[in-house]
Design a protein around this ligand. Sequence first.
Ligand SMILES: Cc1cc2nc3c(=O)[nH]c(=O)nc-3n(C[C@H](O)[C@H](O)[C@H](O)COP(=O)(O)OP(=O)(O)OC[C@H]3O[C@@H](n4cnc5c(N)ncnc54)[C@H](O)[C@@H]3O)c2cc1C
Length: 352
Amino acid sequence: MTDIAVIGAGMAGLICAQQLTQAGYSVRVIDKSRGIGGRVATRRLFDTKADHGACYLQPQGEVLQSLIALLVEKGDLELWTDNLQVQEKSSSQKVNISSSLAYIAPGGMNVIAKFLAQGLEIHRNQLINSISISSANQWHLTSNYSDEFTASSVVVAIPAPQAVILLKPLAENLLDNDFLTKLRGVEFYPCITVMAGYGDSSVKLPEWKAIAFKDNSILRWIGLDSSKRKNPPQPHFVIHSSADFAQTYFESQDLQSVGQDILQNAGYTLNLQWLNNPEWIQVHRWRYAFPKTSLEQSLLAAETSLPLVCCGDWCGGNLIYSAIVSGIAAAEYINSKLKQRKLPGIDFLNAL
Ligand SMILES: Cc1cc2nc3c(=O)[nH]c(=O)nc-3n(C[C@H](O)[C@H](O)[C@H](O)COP(=O)(O)OP(=O)(O)OC[C@H]3O[C@@H](n4cnc5c(N)ncnc54)[C@H](O)[C@@H]3O)c2cc1C
């Protein structure tokens, strides 16, 4: 029997689990994926790596600033650029947003999740698909492999639309209307991400490292991902599509062609036609990439007899920063319902 089951090993779930574990609670983190980090995701490919989820960290708020400082000191993070650029649809001009510091991990952004996962009990490859209160008055969770978990409290640290699917069966008799209305009101944008590598050594690489596109119907962001790596074997880019484009082509059977269309459009928009001829290309679909509407609160608690709280980036924002703040708030909420111990707060970093 566990004190707390945390569903989701993204930034919110990991930070929440660290707070509670370090306060002496027994905590199990359960994630449907093989890896951890959720949307802070890195893929190994062709002797290199690419961040196909979160692109970089920006120092915001005390906890994130301290996390960045610590990981920079350890050599896991470094400053990538202080000069993020934005291109308007109507113009080929790129506007510099100076003093926007962007930190990246040469070993891949998911080193951040690995760092935060230290000392936690994590069950991977376990999609929680049912949750109920047992006759012994415990939360009872079942996974797709029929594994079972019991706990006296549950933290649901997953995107709101996935939480709706999971919690729907509880709705009839356990969940209050206000909770459900708020949860159902949170929508997410999808995104299609392309990773592409170039073997031709004669191509002239751009001087920029990343460009965000404003009001572009196809493109959202492009980054020279190989510039994040130490000694990259060849140049490679990561390109995120716009939400509109992803919505239209999300269910496409031929994802490679969809990826090729994104590349072609990026080549045309940036006047880098060679982008259209990669040596390799991989495409990833994010059904729940960015919150379209977020709650104006850092957690969403249900009025159940046993504690249950939802958290994630969609509670208060849409980036890693809000996921972290929300994960800490969820830990405080659970602690207030259990043994009211002293939580480490920002000091949790000292134990890692
Ligand atoms: C393409 C892209 C680029 C981005 N770029 C940036 C950026 O540059 N900077 C920035 O700050 N943010 C960026 N973000 C946003 C950032 O990645 C998220 O805000 C943050 O990672 C969200 O963390 P989370 O813990 O709330 O959710 P998630 O990372 O989504 O974690 C949820 C976890 O729950 C698991 N899960 C879901 N359902 C279940 C279930 N039923 N059972 C078990 N496990 C389950 C998932 O596998 C996942 O690991 C980007 C996101 C995307 C998609």
